[in-house]
Ligand binder design. Sequence first.
Ligand SMILES: [Zn+2]
Ligand SMILES: [Zn+2]
Ligand SMILES: [Zn+2]
Length: 487
Amino acid sequence: METICPIDAQFANEISALLKPPPPLQVQEYFENLISTRQCRGIKVKPNGEFGKGVYAALDFKEDELVLKDQMLVGAQHYSNKIDCLVCSFCFRFIGSIELQIGRRLYFQGLGTAENHGSDMDCCDPDSHDEEYNSLMEKLKNFGEGASSSSKEIFPFPGEVVESLMNGEVVLPYSKEFSLPPAVTCGGGCGEAFYCSKSCAEADWESSHSLLCTGERAEPLHTEALLKFIQHANETNDIFLLAAKVISSTILRYRKFKMTHFEEQEKFATSNVSDCSGISLLLEAWKPVSMGHKRRWWDCIALPDDVDASDEAAFRKQIRELAFMSLQLLKAAIFDKECEPLFSLEIYGHIIGMFELNNLDLVVESPVEDYFLYIDDLPYCEKQEAEKITRPFLDALGDDYSVCCQGTAFFPLQSCMNHSCCPNARAFKREEDRDGQATIIALNPISKGEEVTISYVDEDLPFDERQALLADYGFKCKCPRCLEEEA
Ligand SMILES: [Zn+2]
Ligand SMILES: [Zn+2]
Ligand SMILES: [Zn+2]
């Protein structure tokens, strides 16, 4: 005989309500609204038998024309990329100045790698690195005052020059041509998040950062727990940070809906008010996430090449345990009883699975590259003059003098675009696309009614390799090209 505790049964029901695919009409309405907020002349999201949904042209597009600029639902810069690029934590635009971008890289280059030392914005590095870090800091500071020759090996550029670059005392020639928005610090005091504007700072705070900020405006216990969660994610998989953002933003939306709901209740007395149970508000808050295609992470993750097929079950169990560990840490940091289903392993696993199946690279080109190219293109005399100053920096930065901002993000509309090995569109950043939005450009003319497709893999690869890569996304490609090549 099996007995189910009513509370458990209710909890299980709430979880399955969150995982139930939304009805087609709601999906259509949601995407119509979303498209109206995007830079886009005309597309439609329609159900598509085989893959669930597809994006269709609502009018004719010319070759090279912009099809869509899609705003991310959530996104995060890779941890190791934080030392290379200082970008807005909300829109991922480069911030500060060319001098600051170069100075930071030289500074960290002198300190070693990101994995070893973290960034200066990073405060979750409590252990043995501290001492090493401090002594390096000391050496760096003393460099200008005639430090020993051994520190030259660690840091090839005088520390005081690097510092002056970072604090704005040194201005590089022509850098004004590449001015960047000044960095706005997080009002929560974490020293971890920086923004291009007050509006980005506020938007991030409202959407998720108010729950994920480690600054003094957060509660002490919460901060410590949060730092543990962040450290675990940085050491294992930064996909957990995205999942935390999804959960936080759902909680914050839920609280907002609840407040509006109470205000309405006061205005109209209780009789007029529609369904007000917690789960219906939570479902409303969850809506943007409900639209994404999901499977449990440990079920959908591709088996790595170095794992033998006979070890598959053990591998999937390990992944599940990793997610469980991360969830426990997150729960200790931001648990909210009213949104309890969000903290179930089932939901956490599905959120991460959604990223596994749909997440897209977040890339923003660096203005540092443009800057050095500009110097290189100057007329002979000006170039000679400018390079006297810029050349040592370029040399010190080395071969990869310019690194673009890299991360992962979930783009709600782009993730509805299906794959084809002969796509008619592609994600491509143009000169003017300087933030984290996804830009989809027509590869050839697309006529009204035609499905807009992109390639998830390098379409120049041979048939077998393409199919193997696409298997990781959980499907077998049957695009016209694959059908032809298979035959
Ligand atoms: Zn911004
Ligand atoms: Zn903060
Ligand atoms: Zn194909």
